[in-house]
Write a protein that binds this ligand. Structure first.
Ligand code: SN0
Length: 316
């Protein structure tokens, strides 16, 4: 594996999950693998879990880590070919990516969707430009359309907490005051499609995800019906894909409550965090024993470590 920009880059998800669980048993077992190697983490957007867990993962492998808040501290980058750069953008990604590659062996990037330009977001301009010009492995720490490190952590968490071979998993939309990207939901769907599970997506009309991504999955517009007998309830807000980036009337009836969780098969509650309490989920649910959000966040380290290990092993 050269780059990790999509969950499918792993090849075999089940093997990756197994390996991550092995790494978790003794996180320092490969502590010399990354000796003398450097990873640069570039953040165009805020981060807590991704920033700390990816650093921790790299350190567990013996790597050096350089972190840069590119969005606030870097030059504003131009991505267009042939641009006349007489505006606010100071540096072209052609130079920036090549320069960054002089200082590190792997570059990891967080660059959220603009939610204003669907075409550019769908084209993954930032991730693909770095892939094209940096010439070193690129890791996606949440791009315009995906968050595959999160999806791998989610797969690890479900493997640890499932009680039946083929659990029922529900991905539920929930309200949010801001327009959020579809990235986390997209990668979760792509990851679930690689599983032998009974998987249902539930959201209000108008919040359909990219039909290319969900075409193999079941969609149920009745949230309560979707929750029936669920073993995992994975909750996430996203803005409209069709009416790109729009927040339609935020229906508070979609918040996850104890009453709704009672419809499930004693389901585990999951969310990638950060979460808006009492908007997305009621305190009583996220504070309950069935909430595994902290365990899920812990697995971000082993997800990143699995990915970095695989890249280090295949890129010498
Ligand atoms: C991001 C998202 O893609 O939804 C990152 C999730 C890992 N979430 C947010 O931006 C939430 C911000 C907020 O104000 O609640």
């Amino acid at each position: 594996m050269r780059d990790y920009t999509n969950i499918n880059d792993l090849g075999n998800l089940q093997n990756a999950v197994k390996e991550a669980i092995e790494i978790k048993k003794n996180p320092l077992q490969h502590k010399t693998l990354g000796e003398g190697k450097t990873i640069c983490l570039l953040f165009f957007n805020n981060s807590l879990r991704t920033r700390l867990s990816t650093q921790k993962a790299a350190q567990n492998l013996g790597m050096n880590v350089i972190v840069m808040n590119f969005g606030s501290e870097g030059w504003e980058l131009e991505y267009e070919e042939g641009a006349i750069m007489n505006g606010s953008k100071s540096e072209h990604v052609k130079e920036a990516a090549k320069v960054i590659a002089q200082y590190c062996d792997i570059v990891a990037i967080r660059a959220f969707a603009s939610l204003t330009d669907k075409e550019k977001d769908q084209a993954e301009i930032v991730m693909n430009s770095f892939k094209k010009y940096a010439g070193i492995p690129v890791v996606n720490m949440e791009s315009a359309t995906g968050h595959p490190l999160q999806a791998l952590a989610d797969a690890i968490t479900m493997e640890e907490y499932k009680t039946v071979h083929k659990p029922k998993v529900v991905l539920s939309w929930a309200p949010h005051p801001k327009a959020l990207p579809q990235a986390v939901a997209n990668s979760f769907v792509e990851m679930m499609q690689l599983h032998d599970a009974d998987f249902v997506i539930t959201h209000p009309e108008g919040y359909e995800l990219d039909p290319e991504i969900t075409k193999l999955s079941t969609i149920e517009h009745d949230q309560e019906k979707a929750f029936e007998n669920a073993d995992f309830v994975y909750v996430k807000n996203w803005s409209s894909f069709k009416d790109y980036g729009r927040v339609m009337n935020s229906d508070s009836a979609w918040m996850v409550t104890t009453e709704k969780m009672k419809l499930t098969n004693n389901a585990k509650f999951m969310h990638c965090l950060p979460v808006r309490r009492n908007v997305i989920v009621a305190d009583a649910v996220i504070d309950s024993e069935n909430s595994i959000v902290i365990q899920q966040a812990n697995n971000r380290t082993f997800s990143a470590q699995m990915v970095l290990k695989k890249i280090l092993e295949s890129n010498g």
